[in-house]
Design a protein around this ligand. Structure first.
Ligand SMILES: [Zn+2]
Length: 257
């Protein structure tokens, strides 16, 4: 039987855009002992002024949340068109951070763990060790994690890392709300929220190394599982694209902040 991952990848390969654009991202496999290593897509950087802005997009760390994985693949295809919105960006995508969970369509990994509670606490899980090594080596300026929630009626997200992180999430939620409603509840997932933005979060989530300075801007984008899959994917894609534009505007106006 084909795994879910295989199905997604064959869908992607069959897409006309995929064939037409010719895949130029480099797929990197590390030497992890994992049976199914976490795959990394390093998109061709789009030339721009100044040092490249390094962005890591992480999806599928919960294996039962396929929208983020599909969105990451769509973003990879979009990046191959060298869009002006990506000028100056170096985009790295990790579409399937929990390969065994995705294959089994389970939140947890084959080891029975929620991998998104295992970061920076000495975890011996190979997926986590591999991703921690990536995060340490790449020192991303921006980290975006794509998730889905089966208890939320609408879009929301978490911000952490640098103080300006919510300036990425706010426009992302606004843009994505053309597809799905924003969750306006005062409490979401047990945390105080304001217009779909949560400033706290769980311990052990995927994030920049604790010692990294300056701190990365970090956001987690959540879509509601009850909505149609294609809308969850669209919302996720637009959220990432919008937050990248917002980041560039933040840097451009940095002197006034
Ligand atoms: Zn999740």
């Amino acid at each position: 039987m084909r795994s879910v991952t295989d199905e997604y990848e064959s869908d992607l390969r069959d897409a006309p855009a995929w064939r037409a654009l010719q895949w130029r991202a480099r797929s990197v496999r590390t030497t992890s002992p994992l049976a199914v290593p976490v795959r990394k897509l390093r998109c061709t950087p789009v030339p721009g002024a100044g040092d490249p802005l390094r962005v890591g997009i992480f999806a599928g760390i919960h294996g039962d949340e396929p929208a983020g994985t599909l969105a990451a693949h769509q973003l990879a295809t979009w990046a191959q068109t060298m869009p002006p919105q990506l000028a100056g960006y170096e985009l790295h995508l990790y579409p399937v951070c929990n390969p065994t969970g995705l294959a089994a369509k389970t939140r947890h990994s084959r080891a029975g763990l929620d991998l998104n509670r295992e970061f920076w606490c000495g975890s011996d899980q190979p997926e986590v060790k591999q991703l921690e090594a990536e995060l340490r080596a790449e020192r991303y300026d921006v980290i975006i994690s794509l998730h889905e929630d089966d208890t939320s009626y609408g879009l929301y997200g978490f911000v952490s890392g640098g103080l300006l992180s919510e300036h990425l999430l706010e426009p992302a939620l606004t843009a994505a709300s053309q597809f799905l409603p924003r969750n306006q509840a005062p409490i979401i997932d047990g945390f105080p929220a304001f217009r779909g933005i949560i400033r706290e979060g769980y311990r052990g989530v995927l994030s920049a190394p604790p010692e990294q300075r300056p701190r990365a801007l970090e956001m987690v984008f959540e879509t509601p599982v009850d909505a149609p899959l294609h809308l969850r994917v669209k919302a996720s894609v637009v959220a990432v694209q919008t937050s990248l534009t917002a980041y560039r505007q933040l840097l451009a106006h940095g002197a006034n902040l």
